[in-house]
Design a protein around this ligand. Sequence first.
Ligand code: AMP
Length: 146
Amino acid sequence: MISTNTKALLERPISDFIISSEKVAHVQIGNSAEHALLVLTKTGYSSIPVLDVKYRLHGLLGMKMITESILGLERIEYDKLPSIKVDDVMDTDVVHLKNTDTFQRALDLVINHAFLCVVDEDGTFVGILTRRVILKQLKKYIYQVD
Ligand code: AMP
């Protein structure tokens, strides 16, 4: 049986835990793979959102996708980087959250994703929710109820 406290946590809105869009590193549709590689390398993040000028979410881009796009038979073809667009290599099949979703839905999804993008009712990107933030909340909850 789920206790009242647990139920309260599971029903909390994720809006309390979002890292807001202005703090999230991203690339824009039309940017080159070279630019994206620079952003990924400088920030140290494994994957970042791809947005358009209106801040709508189009996909996710990770280092592996860029590396694979320049893998030749015998060498890595770095010279191709400026001509490849992020749109050509990003993953468009992105599981995301709505800002009205609950902690419970986020908890289910972070099992398979290190972070999730969050969009509002218009599909505008509002930020991300990371596995780290969810785990911190769970830890806080566990120590509090013990
Ligand atoms: P963390 O929980 O900080 O280890 O982040 C896990 C993953 O979430 C990172 O590897 C990134 O892919 C993404 N991430 C976390 N914070 C940011 C941020 N400020 N900007 C872009 N991506 C982020």
